[in-house]
Design a protein around this ligand. Structure first.
Ligand SMILES: Nc1ncnc2c1ncn2[C@@H]1O[C@H](COP(=O)(O)OP(=O)(O)OP(=O)(O)O)[C@@H](O)[C@H]1O
Length: 223
């Protein structure tokens, strides 16, 4: 779970994977006709997903919220179970893993973190759109569920530009940069598969890319 949508600083530093947001259509399930479909956004690290989503949320205030992750770490003062996180035991977390309940999960500082399918589903059933910013394996996992998600891929103009942007961001060591570029090739290869994504946006000119992302994400409201 990265970025802005991740409410906690700890989440931001984990750089795990899952950005989630929900766009309010109508929170009253009695009035909402069809649960909004979750939107999965994926693409290589550095392709610009955070940048695009940050702007989307800024331009549509009040439309986006968060889903609640599970964690085995203890609550910090002021944190409420079910609000910041669902705080669970290691045993309960393991049990959710064995039931394939996680879209993605990872371990940081010896604690487990993950987002469950049911956390996403409950957003949809409340009449909210959930945006998941996840990596390739998470995309495959979502496809195995009945979440009925829509898939958006954000691609860099080229691997060379991707490298420049990652260097420019100033967040990577040579080693992590190398790993991200290798993974980028895998993500791009995967994305070429028939029907993997409903829409691919090349993030060259930010303005153009943003409008395409906005149209796709908001265009599915109520779908
Ligand atoms: N269209 C663009 N033109 C130039 N620079 C861009 C563009 N889009 C994003 N950037 C810059 O590229 C860098 C990587 O973008 P960003 O952090 O949004 O990528 P990301 O896909 O969210 O990466 P990660 O998956 O690692 O979080 C940032 O420094 C950002 O400012």
């Amino acid at each position: 779970m990265r970025i802005l949508l991740r409410t906690q600083a700890a989440v931001a530093t984990r750089r795990l994977s899952l950005r989630m947001a929900s766009a309010t259509t109508n929170a009253d399930p009695a009035i909402t006709k069809t649960p909004p479909r979750p939107v999965v956004i994926s693409g290589p690290s550095g392709a610009g997903k955070s940048t695009l989503l940050k702007r989307l949320f800024a331009e549509h205030p009040g439309k986006f919220g968060f889903s609640v992750s599970h964690t085995t770490r203890a609550p910090r003062p002021g944190e409420v179970d079910g609000r910041e996180y669902n705080f669970v035991t290691r045993e309960a977390f393991q049990s959710l893993i064995s039931q394939n309940q996680f879209i993605e999960h990872a371990t940081f500082s010896s604690h487990n973190y993950g987002t469950t399918i049911s956390a996403i589903r409950s957003i949809a059933s409340a009449g909210l759109i959930c945006i998941l910013d996840i990596e390739m394996e998470g995309v495959k996992q979502v496809k195995r569920t009945d979440l009925n998600a829509r898939f958006l891929f954000v691609a860099p103009p080229s691997l060379g530009v991707l490298e420049e942007r990652l260097r420019g961001r100033g967040t990577e060591t040579e080693e992590s940069l190398g790993r991200r570029l290798e993974q980028a090739e895998r993500e791009l290869e995967f994305a070429k598969g028939e029907g993997v994504h409903d829409r691919a946006v090349v993030n060259d000119d930010l303005e153009v890319a943003y409008r395409e992302v906005e149209e796709f994400v908001l265009g599915g409201e109520g779908s």
